[in-house]
Design a protein around this ligand. Structure first.
Ligand code: PGA
Length: 253
């Protein structure tokens, strides 16, 4: 069985104090008996603070973005090896906010994915359709195109060491969650696309759902056969909500 992952995407929120307090409250709330990997992705500037706070815990550390170049004249940017140096094991690539606001198109996302893996990071690749695309009935096409751009660049083997997050844009930060059935249908499509290249890799791939996941809806979502945890924005900023989501993922029958 695939072990679920619950990942916190803090986005551009926090402070050093919040980083310490939130991580310590989450760590206290987690139960060793739950079968779940927990990942926290703070803003770049708080990664070091988070890393110190996470020492001695099982919680994993990730970043929200990277620059694919190994170094050099890229003012304001952060490389994959810098993230590794700070103790990150994961990095989010292709989040819809970056695709929509910062020009991260499929080629940039694929380059980020490859650079992350080359440095030893596990990329958490986000894909998802807009409301307009869903209404046009092209959800599967959009998601498969986003995924194929990375498959073409990295090859299916790369997915043995990656995580995919399906995040319908219309459900992010809106309070509108995809129904478990809507999410499951897309997760199945994603797994099917990977299975077209390798059954084994598809069977082992963790596919997270993201978009207004809360303690109250997590269990129904995570109970679906192809949903292997969640990528959590707003609710990851509240320790009790986030812990409730981790509990839902970690106590599945
Ligand atoms: P949300 O964000 O949980 O606040 O909807 C999810 C995400 O953007 O990763």
């Amino acid at each position: 069985m695939r072990k679920p992952i619950v990942a916190a995407n803090w986005k551009m929120h926090g402070s050093r104090q919040m980083t310490r307090e939130l991580i310590s409250a989450v760590d206290e709330g987690l139960d060793n008996g739950w079968s779940v990997e927990v990942l926290v992705c703070p803003p770049f500037v708080y990664i070091d603070e988070a890393s110190k706070q996470l020492a001695g815990t099982d919680i994993l550390l990730g970043a929200q973005h990277l620059n694919p170049n190994p170094g050099g004249a890229h003012t304001g940017e952060i490389s994959a090896s810098m993230l590794v140096d700070l103790g990150c094991s994961h990095v989010i690539v292709g989040h819809s906010e970056r695709r929509a606001m910062y020009g991260d198109d499929d080629q940039v996302v694929a380059a980020n994915f490859v650079a992350a893996q080359e440095a030893g990071l596990v990329p958490v690749l986000c894909v998802g359709e807009s409301l307009e695309e869903r209404e046009q009935g092209i959800t599967d096409q959009v998601v498969c195109e986003q995924l194929s751009a990375v498959l073409d660049a990295a090859g299916v083997e790369a997915f043995a060491n990656a995580v995919v997050a399906y995040e319908p844009v219309w459900a992010i930060g809106t309070g509108k969650t995809a129904t478990p059935e809507q999410a499951q249908a897309v997760h199945k499509t994603i797994r099917g696309l990977i299975a077209g290249h390798s059954d084994k890799i598809a069977g082992d791939l963790r596919i997270l759902y993201g978009g207004s996941v809360k303690g109250s809806n997590a269990q129904a979502l995570f109970g679906m056969p192809d949903i292997d945890g969640g990528l959590i924005g707003g609710a990851s900023l509240k320790a009790d909500e986030f812990v409730a989501i981790c509990a839902a993922a970690g106590t599945l029958e």
